[in-house]
Design a protein around this ligand. Structure first.
Ligand code: 26Q
Length: 823
């Protein structure tokens, strides 16, 4: 039995103080007079860690003893952000910690603020994984995340004096991370390279010998649920060399080389690849992927063997969700374990594999679809290539039987793309190796079936494909980031049940027209606005109009997301303002345009977009005539914790991707949940958000998905008219109004000469009109506030709890299981 009444678990203020002081004096070995905010944060976090570890232990012991099915969420990214405030809220101890810290002479907000983000992800996909783990714990669904423990997470973004992005490393582990538990005794050996022989007739057990060995060391990150003891786990693998075993080298006196080889092994988990939605085919990335899935499957199979049941029951105990194609090598790896190591017949192994895996697609952009060259796979993983060939042969024979003599079809469906070199198509492998494929919003899932995998829909049937619209956790994205609004909602509804049942927000609609309520609602927004303005002043030294409408676009910088169109629109507004009389200017709604986001370090055009935003903000913010009416802020180093400041402050947020390009978007959900209205295209989850909150509460513009091919063709054939408004803006840039004009020519070039792949010129007028409608709607404040209340009230279906329950029922076949009080 685990001691439940231990001193370290008591939650009265005095006990909490004693726990913190204990960690200051022992774990940190500090004298009480030598405690700064960082030390206080660390000691407080360590006391929270003690509670998490207790709950983790109870949870894992219970799940193991109950022999329950577990879900494994394989994701190369978990963008967790900060852990401290989140853990306090989920554990229900924020209040006593607040008082405890006060008693020790510290302010809660300041202590929270010294924590570094856990930035083990790029953007949407990584943050989605973090929200889903929060939901599985909250819903009492047994789940483990598997990922890599990168020494360097997403880079820190600095903006230099010319407005360019500069990347600096993020050594997030420098200050010790209280949220991870090293499990040095659970290390796993992973091999690469070596020699492989196929099994008899292709399907018999094959062999794989030799090759470089690397150690995978697991670090466990506990994930607390909200007001439940269930604490799921994220297991993050770290690569370690095996220096002590290389006796041959030692005996040859080559100590240096032995150490160097071990060091080299550690490069596998050195750094997170900073590309989002772009595949560059680097060998080290493939090494990361195999290292990760091999270690994770080894772990899962070790746990399964202890159950002592036949392998055919593997899918009854294990569901594995593939977060995009990044973990697709898990499919041939599990085949290898079953066939080569466990002696299972091929066809039965294949059945087990397909029942175990399911695959979530996050993009239809062709440049993001993962392909690995056959020679590279053969060099790194010779046995896996043989297995992939065998899977392919089986599938193609089957397809040939169904559609005889259809060579074009075989070529399209093959797991191997012909060419020099041949390439392995990871998405095709993920589709055939899973029992279910889903997209992440209704439109996206439709495009996945219609454009990406139409042949597989015919081959595997419609039921092989489905949709699970993304969701976000209301714990972090309302309760934690917007405490004033959360309190108003709880007070108004008379209960905080909305935190775990977001549909309860619907109860706010009946106050949407209530003047007194509107006033309180607007006061929350104003306080959040001021908080963001303070932040802007502190980081950029820029003073802004604190009553301006705050218009936000924060996300990774990408051409398809069209931050370029936004900044062109800002320039247009500036030119209009310059033409007005001061009196006319005064009558307009003042604006603050906020940008933030990182560009992949090698993405030249995205970096130019950042530079243009900064150049435009420099000119506009320096213009005294305009200052009250318009200002522009590019906030450096966008992160989860910065999002927590920006999102609650926003009046309008922009989700303006070319129709059919953004799979879902998830920040759109966070903004609408926090009483911000969307300005967007008919893309991704925007469409479903409008369905939920009402068309009258969303500002839509632009062409729709079916228009896109013919518009692109028109550009190709030079049959386009550029609107005068756009040309005026382009001329302004070329005139040098925003500094050295030549710099931006390559960016401007993307609009012309048969390109404009993302249709900025086609949507620009419609975009400006939508912006005009925003200005007009904002003037009528009561009606605006009513819109924002209704928007929040109807966002219930975008809870990650709903999404996770849908996965559990439709894909994982798993049910919640509550930990009994006396466990
Ligand atoms: C692939 C190969 C090599 C190197 C890197 C990558 C790579 C890395 C990250 C490819 C894609 C990603 C991340 C993609 C991503 O974040 N997609 C977003 O996923 C969100 C959650 O579903 C959606 O809401 C967004 O629409 C989608 O863009």
């Amino acid at each position: 039995a685990i001691a439940k009444n231990a001193e370290s678990l008591k939650t009265d203020v005095d006990s909490i103080n004693a726990q913190i002081v204990h960690h200051v004096e022992t774990t940190l070995a500090r004298a009480a007079f030598n405690v700064d905010e960082m030390a206080m944060y660390q000691a407080a976090a360590l006391s929270v860690r003690d509670r998490l570890i207790h709950n983790w232990d109870v949870t894992q012991t219970f799940h193991t003893q109950a022999r329950t099915k577990r879900v494994y969420y394989f994701s190369l990214e978990y963008l967790l952000g900060r852990g401290y405030d989140n853990a306090l809220l989920n554990l229900g101890v924020r209040q006593p910690y607040n008082e405890g810290l006060k008693g020790l002479g510290f302010n809660m907000e300041d202590v929270i603020d010294v924590e570094r983000d856990m930035g083990l992800g790029n953007g949407g996909l990584g943050r989605l994984a973090a929200c889903y783990l929060d939901s599985t714990s909250t819903l009492d669904i047994p789940c483990w995340g598997y990922t890599l423990r990168y020494s360097q997470g997403i880079f820190k973004q600095i903006i230099d004096s010319s407005g360019n992005q500069v990347e600096v490393p993020d050594p997030w582990l420098e200050n010790q991370n209280p949220w991870e538990i090293p499990r040095l005794d659970n290390a796993v050996e992973i091999k690469f390279h070596g020699e492989a022989t196929p099994g008899e007739g292709g399907k018999g057990p094959g062999t794989w010998t030799g090759g470089l060995d690397v150690l995978a060391v697991p670090y466990d990150i506990p994930v607390p649920g909200y007001k439940t003891q269930t604490t799921n786990n994220i297991r993050a693998w770290s690569a370690r060399g095996k220096v002590s075993f290389d006796l041959a080298k030692f005996n040859a006196g080559d100590y240096d080389a032995a150490v160097r080889e071990a060091e080299e092994a550690e490069t596998i988990t050195r750094v997170l690849y900073p590309n989002e939605n772009f595949d560059k085919g680097k060998a080290l990335r493939l090494k990361q992927q195999y290292f990760w899935v091999a270690a994770s499957l080894h772990d899962i199979c070790r746990r399964f063997r202890k159950l002592r049941v036949p392998w055919s029951e593997f899918p009854d105990y294990n569901a594995i969700q593939l977060n995009d194609t990044h973990p697709t090598l898990a499919i041939p790896e599990l085949m290898r374990i079953l066939v080569d190591e466990e002696g299972q017949p091929w066809d039965e192994a294949w059945e087990i594999v397909r029942r175990t895996f399911s695959y979530t697609n996050h993009t239809v952009l062709s440049e993001a679809l993962e392909k690995w060259s056959v020679p590279l796979v053969e060099w790194l993983l010779p046995r896996h290539l043989q297995i992939i060939y065998e899977i392919n042969l089986d599938m193609l024979k089957d397809v040939e039987k169904k559609w005889p003599n259809d060579r074009a079809r075989l070529a399209r469906m093959s797991l191997i793309e012909e060419g020099y070199p041949k390439m392995v198509r990871m998405a095709n492998l993920a589709v055939v190796g899973s029992h279910r494929v889903n997209g992440v919003a209704a439109l996206h899932s439709h495009l996945v079936q219609q454009d990406l995998f139409p042949d597989f829909v015919e081959y595997l049937g419609r039921d092989h494909f489905g949709n699970v619209t993304n969701g976000v956790t209301a714990r972090r994205w309302l309760l934690q980031c917007n405490p004033s609004l959360a309190k108003l909602i709880t007070d108004t509804l008379g209960s905080d049940e909305w935190v775990v049942n977001l549909d309860k927000l619907e109860g706010l609609t009946k106050y949407a027209k209530d003047k007194a309520f509107q006033k309180k609602w607007a006061a929350c927004k104003q306080a959040n606005r001021e908080r963001l303005c303070d932040y802007i002043e502190a980081t950029l030294g820029l003073t802004v109009n604190r009553h301006a409408l705050i218009d936000v676009q924060v996300k990774r910088i990408h051409e398809y997301k069209r931050q370029f169109m936004n900044i062109l629109g800002v320039i247009f507004r500036y030119l209009q303002l310059k033409k007005m009389s001061p009196a006319d200017r005064k009558r307009l709604v003042p604006r603050l345009s906020v940008f933030a986001g990182k560009a992949a370090p090698g993405y030249y055009i995205a970096k130019l977009i950042i530079r243009l935003c900064n150049a435009v903000s420099k000119t506009i913010n320096a213009d005294k005539d305009i200052r009250e009416s318009l200002s522009v802020a590019f906030l450096p180093d966008y992160s989860v914790s910065l999002a927590e400041i920006i999102i609650p402050a926003s009046d309008i947020s922009e989700h303006i991707s070319t129709a059919g390009t953004e799979a879902s978007g998830t920040s759109n959900m966070k903004f609408a949940l926090n009483g911000g209205l969307l300005l967007g295209t008919l893309d991704g989850a925007n469409i479903e958000i409008a369905e939920a909150v009402g068309d009258e509460n969303v500002f839509f513009f632009g062409h729709v998905t079916p228009d896109v091919p013919k518009l692109r063709r028109a550009h190709h054939f030079g049959e386009v008219q550029y609107p005068a408004e756009l040309l005026e803006v382009v001329d302004a840039i070329r005139s040098g109004m925003f500094g050295e004009a030549g710099v931006f020519e390559p960016l401007l070039g993307t609009l012309f000469e048969g390109k404009d792949h993302y249709l900025v010129s086609d949507d620009f007028l419609s975009y400006l009109q939508a912006q005009k409608m925003v200005d007009e709607a904002y003037v009528d404040q009561p009606s605006w506030v009513e819109k924002t209340i209704n928007s929040t009230a109807r966002m219930g279906r975008f809870a990650s709890d709903r999404a996770v329950l849908q996965y559990a029922e439709e894909i994982w076949n798993i049910e919640p299981i509550k930990i009994p009080q006396d466990a």
